[in-house]
Design a protein around this ligand. Structure first.
Ligand code: NAG
Ligand code: NAG
Ligand code: NAG
Ligand code: NAG
Ligand code: NAG
Length: 489
């Protein structure tokens, strides 16, 4: 009886032989099959695909891995197939290389699945970093013999940055604010003021809210170090309805490179303020005490309003000297080539153009001219044309530049000429002259130390951007006023 059952089971097993699955483990060296000569080897893959997948490693933490899937070619050589080996090379700041070998648990009996369709497998592994180019190659085992061209398949895969819907779960992105939703609302209170509300984050303690249409209409810095809804009234110098609010956060790990958010300025809904006044007038009849109280409140509100207006005028006057009619200041910005261009230099240029009415001259924008004139001639000409020469320094070269910066595509150190030392040497004699020194400034984002080689720069006025912003702009605009009054006189 039991014997009959056993044989029946064996029959069933034989009829439905299990489908091959894969068992993968790392194999960085050559495969053992390499050492043996194979008369017949399997063909290559039909297709190879890579995509990132999110896996939860802890309730609040995600890890990102590659989902590498491949399809086998439906031909007779599949009978020889034992395993598939996948190797991944990443090309970020340094190159890494690692392989896995996936054994098929059973020998293939047919060119296609019993259910029809091609054989397809997928392996999840290889951690994915931000903004990195990966080269994924795969070949079947036993591979071609030594001195024979091995069939193989490869795919390139460039991982996205923190804005991607999967990458945003990386710890580094979360720390840069990828999951923070400031939920910005902004409205035009009147011709001179815009009210901006947003939710702050515990990741940092400082925000800059800018109102801009074509030019910057106004900005304000907000200090808050926990999660809370906050409201700020920003004085503006122009039509603000429909303008853009840009919220720039400064979080601990990303500094000025954090993810920014935008909103739109609407019209504020009419408040009940006038209505209550009107109502009070209507019930004027017998409610003298109430009327008196309302009058008192109204007077108080008016006084506060006048005071606030007066203060804003004063603030505006101090931060924006009357420069509307003056031509822009020409500023030549020189920076060491290891600085992260996209973020640091672009950000600074944007800042100069938007806040300090400057016209910026950058080496990066005049490559052709430099090639024609030669760097020395170009620098000398630009120095003459510029009102100010700014040496932009940044100590935090690596941390600001990896990840969100997109530096992975070829090293800019090689293809960008470093004009910084040349500029420094050319302008060095000016730095020793009291009369010509006023043309130079040093700006740094964090507490950058002037390198010993460039210690002569210590003579220049030095500003920490985002800390001495007002002083910095004043210094720039002040110079312009002097220059234009000289020209006028
Ligand atoms: C795959 O097969 C090779 C060669 O037979 C063996 O060395 C390896 O341990 C196997 N790997 C797994 C995960 O079974
Ligand atoms: C991996 O990719 C394959 C093929 O696209 C898909 O069938 C599979 O569901 C993916 N796995 C995960 C965990 O997303
Ligand atoms: C992948 O990129 C490398 C260099 O970046 C290139 O040489 C190669 O042709 C690319 N391969 C594919 C399959 O796109
Ligand atoms: C954003 O703020 C508005 C107004 O405060 C609120 O109604 C809305 O629910 C908030 N949205 C989110 C996603 O928090
Ligand atoms: C901002 O918040 C204040 C206080 O909650 C509210 O009165 C005001 O309407 C809000 N403004 C905007 C533009 O959301």
């Amino acid at each position: 009886m039991s014997l009959a059952l056993l044989s029946l089971a064996a029959l069933c097993w034989g009829a439905a032989s299990p489908e091959p699955t894969i068992q993968c483990s790392s194999e960085n060296g050559p495969s053992p099959e390499w050492k043996v000569h194979h008369a017949l080897t399997p063909g290559d893959l039909r297709e190879l695909r890579v995509e990132p997948v999110k896996t939860r490693v802890a309730p609040e933490e995600h890890s990102l891995l590659m989902n590498i899937s491949w399809i086998l070619r439906a031909d007779a050589s599949i009978l020889m197939l034992k395993a598939t080996k996948i190797c991944v090379t990443s090309k970020n700041n340094f190159q890494t290389y690692s392989c896995v070998r996936c054994n098929y648990t059973e020998a293939f009996q047919s060119q296609t699945r019993p259910s029809g369709g091609k054989w397809m497998f997928s392996y999840i592994g290889f951690p994915v970093e931000l903004n990195t180019v990966y080269f994924v190659g795969a070949h079947n085992i036993p591979s071609a013999n030594i001195n024979e061209d091995g069939p193989s398949w490869s795919a390139n895969f460039t991982s996205p940055g923190c804005l991607d819907h999967i990458m945003k779960y990386k710890k580094k992105c979360i720390e840069a604010g990828s999951l923070w939703d400031p939920n910005i609302t902004a409205c035009k209170k009147n011709e001179k003021m815009v009210e901006v509300n947003f939710t702050t984050s515990p990741l940092g303690d400082r925000y800059m809210a800018l109102i801009q249409s074509n030019a910057v209409l106004g900005f304000s810095t907000v200090w808050k170090n926990k999660l809370t809804r906050t409201s700020v009234v920003i004085p503006v110098t122009g039509e603000s309805e429909g303008a853009v609010v840009q919220l720039v956060p400064y979080f601990r790990t990303c500094g000025h490179d954090c993810i920014r958010h935008k909103g739109t300025v609407m019209l504020c809904p009419k408040t009940g303020f006038h209505n209550t006044l009107d109502n009070n007038r209507r019930v004027l009849g017998g409610w003298l005490p109430l009327l008196l109280a309302a009058l008192l409140v109204a007077t108080w509100v008016l006084m506060v309003g006048i005071y606030l207006l007066w203060r804003h005028e004063r603030i505006k006057k101090t931060s924006f000297p009357d420069t509307t009619l003056l031509p822009p200041i020409k500023v030549l910005v020189v920076y060491p080539s290891e600085i992260c261009f996209q973020h640091t230099v672009c950000y600074f240029t944007e800042f100069l153009q938007n806040h300090c009415r400057s016209e910026v001259i950058l080496e990066k924008w005049q490559k052709k001219k430099i090639a024609e004139m030669g760097p020395v001639q170009w620098l000398t000409t630009q120095k003459k044309a510029a009102d100010k020469v700014i040496f932009l320094l940044s100590n935090d070269v690596n941390t600001t530049c990896d990840g969100t910066c997109g530096r992975s595509k070829g090293s800019p150190r090689e293809n960008s000429q470093d004009l910084f030392p040349l500029a420094f040497n050319l302008f060095c004699s000016d730095l020793r002259s009291q009369t010509r020194l006023h043309k130079y400034m040093v700006v740094c984002f964090k507490d950058a130390d002037t390198k010993d080689d460039y210690s002569a720069l210590n003579a220049c006025p030095k500003y920490h951007l985002m800390k001495d912003t007002t002083a910095f702009c004043k210094e720039l605009l002040h110079i312009k006023e002097n220059v234009s009054s000289e020209k006028r006189s």
